[in-house]
Ligand binder design. Structure first.
Ligand code: KG4
Ligand code: ZN
Length: 468
């Protein structure tokens, strides 16, 4: 057994680090560490000089031969790796939120060719560039693996073939440099990256996470603790943007969303009367499959030929496509507005102290989305927090930052071996809810997808807390 023990920070602070140390599995270890988080929190409340619970924690670095004092959190340096869908991304972030580097290799060409993500091809594309992307992230930061404090990696939700590439790489880097490893929930990362850019953003807050595969409305009570207020019962809004772009013959090389947003600026948003989804359901869930069908039918009825690229379309054809783009965008976003407004009312009942709505995920880079949601939050005296577009779409910074947030409270695993055995079973969670559904808002409209789902991140964290 490798000689290493990750100690609860309260224990470490007393400098009682034993000479021979043992690896403890994550589930067990996190019990101790979560406890220390609670203790830190209690202490920070009692200590007026230390306003942040994080400022109390001390860590010890994990070197094989010796255990030296870990830097304070500002000096943490975490490598984040993201491969859950079609972007291969890596970044290096410091504990104080300073972004030392960020690299994204996009599979936009594949996306443009196939009009969607083909898992096997996406996996190959990740495998081809992952080493280069991680190396570039380290080089741009002017660091080597030896300078890192930990490696964070997305383990779900996402495409398992793709997740595996990132997890394998993360374990190789962590194993080679004897670094702790932090398993990250992709959607938690989309939400938490807002705390990197908006230092005022404290728990509890609300988050609307809108991307190609997800439409989530959550109430973030604390790190790792979320109530799901709404989700999609079929497609996510980003998928609807992508298909609309494809059917309108738009240039998909930067993904469909930006192309629709750009064309929509030329169109009349009132010209095509699409109906708003789920009007009769008084909950906070979403549905975009029906709107997609409405768009497809509108395109067919106007004889728009997707094989004719928009750049070659006649003036009238272009104008007709722009009207569809604008009308689609208006209704797609109106659906978000309606659900967000109801969710804000629910959230204010559960957590009256919330002050922020975070909007993140690829679709949050859309300026029309931001402007419309800003109007909604203002009605409730809340503040909208949208990360800059580069941090809204999939990126390594959000993974590194979520790694930092979890590392601070002790939620990490000890360094893996330098080489995993060939038949090693990776912990990948392709379908992994962030939180439990808000009971009072449970919908009759259910998702038809019934594939195996992992227990939510929140339920795992709560189970750990209860066992203390
Ligand atoms: O978060 P993300 O990068 O990846 C997923 O986790 O899915 O989101 C990608 C999605 C794509 O569907 C893309 O079309 C959409 O975000 N997107 C946009 C915009 N930029 C990206 N949708 C609408 N407007 C945009 N400006
Ligand atoms: Zn994403």
């Amino acid at each position: 057994m490798t000689s290493l023990l990750t100690l609860p920070s309260t224990f470490s602070r007393l400098n009682l680090v034993p000479k021979s140390l043992i690896i403890i599995p994550f589930a067990f270890k996190s019990l101790n560490l979560l406890k220390s988080h609670k203790q830190q929190r209690a202490r920070s409340l009692n200590s007026p000089r230390l306003s942040s619970l994080n400022s109390l924690t001390t860590h010890f670095s994990t070197s094989r031969s010796s255990v030296s004092p870990k830097p304070f959190h500002d000096d943490l340096v975490v490598l984040g790796i993201e491969t859950s869908c079609d972007d291969t991304a890596a970044a290096v972030v410091r504990g104080n939120g300073e972004i030392l580097s960020q690299v994204v290799s996009s599979q936009a060409d594949l996306l443009a060719r196939y009009g969607g993500v083909a898992p096997k091809m996406a996996e190959e594309a990740h495998s081809q560039v992952i080493d280069q992307v991680v190396q570039e992230a380290l080089d741009k930061a002017g660091l080597t693996g030896r300078d890192l404090s930990a490696v964070a990696v997305t383990i779900g939700p996402g495409l398992s073939l793709c997740l595996r590439v990132g997890v394998q790489k993360a374990r190789r880097v962590a194993g080679s440099f004897n670094l702790p490893i932090i398993s990250v929930h992709h959607m938690e990362a989309h939400a938490l990256v807002a705390r990197l850019i908006e230092k005022e953003l404290q728990f509890p807050f609300m988050a609307l996470l809108i991307s190609g595969g997800h439409n989530l409305l959550v109430l973030a009570h604390d790190l790792g603790q979320y109530t799901q207020l709404g989700t999609t019962i079929d497609d996510a809004i980003g998928e609807a943007f992508d298909k609309t772009a494809k059917w309108l013959g738009l240039d998909m090389r930067k993904s469909g969303g930006p192309a629709v947003e750009q064309l929509a600026r030329e169109g009349d948003a009132e010209s095509v009367r699409f109906s708003t989804p789920m009007k009769q359901h008084k909950d906070c869930n979403f549905s975009y499959a029906g709107l997609k069908t409405q768009v497809r039918l509108a395109i067919a009825s106007r004889n728009i030929d997707a094989k004719v690229p928009i750049s070659c379309a006649s003036r009238q054809d272009r104008s007709s496509r722009a009207d569809i783009a604008a009308s689609f965008q208006r209704v797609a976003v109106l659906h978000l507005e309606e659900r967000c407004e109801r969710a804000i009312k629910w959230a204010l009942k559960i957590e009256p102290s919330i002050k922020h709505l975070v909007v993140s995920g690829g679709v949050a880079s859309n300026q029309y989305v931001r402007a419309r949601l800003d109007q909604i939050v203002k009605k409730y005296s809340l503040q909208l927090v949208c990360p800059p577009p580069k941090l809204c779409t999939d990126n390594g910074v959000m993974i590194a930052w979520t790694g930092i947030e979890n590392f601070r409270v002790g939620r990490y695993d000890p360094p893996p071996p330098a080489n995993d055995p060939e038949d090693f079973m990776y912990d990948l969670r392709p379908r992994w809810p962030l939180g439990e559904e808000y009971a009072a808002g449970r919908s009759e409209a259910r998702s038809l997808r019934r594939a195996r789902v992992h227990p939510s991140l929140t339920s795992l964290v709560q189970a750990s807390l209860q066992q203390q």
